[in-house]
Design a protein around this ligand. Structure first.
Ligand code: ATP
Ligand code: MG
Length: 476
């Protein structure tokens, strides 16, 4: 029999004494369990979401806790799930009654009956997520660890409490959670578990897209997202989620010419960008920036391998992919599309940096120009140190030029220096095609550097253009 271990320090926040008192009032056992305990023992700082188990009614415990707290925070009750939640001082407290679960093949929502703490620990996903600390004041902080999760924490191992085939098949979302925790915590998925995920991969089909996307977001937001994507690939889950990425895998050779493996390249790009931005959607853009390369791949004798128009095709695929995964088709999606569409623009520029090309790039990328440059820099994955330096130097020149051009020409938040109203008034026009033509000509002249981005110059240009169109100034 192992000696009991106590972790009272984990429970120094007064909230734990409050829950303890509430449980005592109701004559219940209560525990804090899961992510909070795990993260404390890993020194990952204190999680803000706390999970409590009551041996009895979790909902009643939540209500009693609320009674004891200043301001009596509102308790949200999820009757169907037998859980309750309340928010207090930036913490989110979740309460559940200890339970036994039994699953039906076509759903991850189990039939539930009341159970013991041990039953409840059995239904948890990983041994390191089943660690519980007692809130009973006679054994406050005592660790209840039936599966030796403490040792798995020490050796950084993800292992299911029960037979992995049961745990994963019951709720296939756990396969993604395994991969997400492996990526976040840099843990290893135990061999049996990994084999089981491979066997059960197809079961992911019963999981809603929303839950899948949530895990993908979390994987993307880690320091080294490629760990997760490599595991998704290795376990056979990736084709169910991102067939577009699998299609990028492989190197073909024709007439002695090779192209790079765009799947593994993409993962390197994602890792690179994880070093330079915490913007989730820019990380998505990195993940998807080359997806148009599979359908556009061609070989011809003169040019070798080409991927003409892959940026355009890719940006259309972004829409389909978001739609398939039930992701919102909103500004974020448009941003990802724009990044994919423009992902080669700065590269073309890098060889010859002219003022007008820089102005056009700034104009087209608008407020996202910095993000676009960050993406392009992350796209440099050459292993040749000379080329690596050269490409980065090129982009540095582009960035310098951008600053210089922007200071002078203010293209970034381009506002037409002469408004449509002014054009209408000057020439006595009602809304018509001519106004668009003149405005467009002014914009083009500015981007080309024919005139500066200034009112007087634009107005002079407007008169010239109007004359060409046969328009006459009206007297006012
Ligand atoms: P994080 O909050 O960092 O995502 P976590 O481990 O706290 O990690 P939550 O989703 O907050 O994860 O869940 C809290 C606890 O509930 C987990 O630690 C685990 O014990 C249990 N749990 C959550 N989801 C599942 C699941 N799908 N199957 C089994 N147990 C789960
Ligand atoms: Mg949590």
């Amino acid at each position: 029999m192992q000696q009991s271990q106590f972790f009272e320090n984990a429970l120094s926040d007064p909230i734990f004494r409050t829950v303890s008192q509430a449980a005592k009032n109701l004559n219940l056992e209560s525990y804090v369990i899961g992510g909070y305990v795990r993260d404390y023992l890993l020194n990952r700082g204190s999680a803000k979401d706390l999970d409590f188990v009551a041996v009895g009614s979790g909902i009643e415990l939540a209500m009693e806790v609320s009674q004891l707290l200043p301001g009596r925070p509102k308790v949200s009750i999820f009757k169907h799930y037998g859980t309750a939640m309340l928010k207090f001082q930036g913490l989110e407290l979740e309460f559940v009654g200890a339970r036994k679960e039994s699953y039906h093949e076509d759903s991850r929502n189990p039939a539930v009956e009341n159970g013991t703490l041990e039953d409840d620990q059995n239904r948890r996903d990983f041994t390191v997520n089943a660690l519980a600390l007692s809130l009973d004041d006679k054994q406050f902080g005592k660790l209840i660890d039936p599966f030796n999760g403490l040792q798995d924490l020490k050796y950084k191992i993800l292992k299911t409490p029960l037979d992995p085939d049961i745990t994963y098949s019951d709720d296939p979302l756990r396969m993604l959670r395994a991969i997400r925790f492996a990526t976040q915590l840099k843990f290893t998925i135990e061999k049996d578990s990994l084999e089981s995920i491979k066997r059960n991969a197809k079961r992911i089909e019963i999981i809603s897209n929303e839950r899948i996307v949530e895990e993908i977001h979390k994987i993307l937001m880690t320091d080294v997202p490629s760990i997760g994507f490599t595991l998704l690939h290795q376990t056979g889950l990736l084709p169910y989620i991102f067939p577009e990425l699998i299609a990028l895998e492989g190197i073909e050779e024709k007439e002695g010419q090779l192209h790079k493996d765009n799947f593994w390249h993409t993962l390197e790009v994602v890792d690179n960008i994880a070093q330079t931005t915490h913007e989730l959607w820019l990380r998505w853009a990195a993940l998807l920036h080359d997806i148009g390369k599979a359908p556009t791949k061609r070989f011809d004798k003169k040019n070798g391998w080409t991927f003409h128009g892959h940026e355009f095709v890719g940006s259309k695929m972004v829409y389909k992919l978001f739609k398939r995964l039930n992701m919102p088709l909103n500004e974020k999606m448009k941003f990802v599309q724009q990044m994919v569409l423009m992902s080669s623009r700065p590269i073309v520029l890098a060889t010859e940096v002219t003022d007008s090309a820089v102005r056009r790039l700034i104009f087209d990328a608008g407020e996202h120009i910095d993000n676009l440059m960050t993406l392009c820099e992350a796209d440099i994955t050459t292993k040749n140190p000379k080329r690596f330096k050269k490409y980065h130097d090129n982009f540095k020149r582009v960035r310098e030029k951008m600053v210089e051009v922007e200071e002078r020409d203010h293209i970034r938040n381009f506002q037409p220096p002469v408004s449509g109203e002014e054009i209408m008034e000057t020439f006595g026009l009602s809304p018509s095609r001519e106004i668009g033509i003149i405005k467009d000509a002014i914009k083009e002249a500015i981007l080309e550097g024919e005139i500066p981005n200034e009112y007087e110059a634009a107005k002079t240009f407007m008169y010239r253009k109007a004359k060409e169109l046969g328009l006459k100034e009206v007297n006012r």
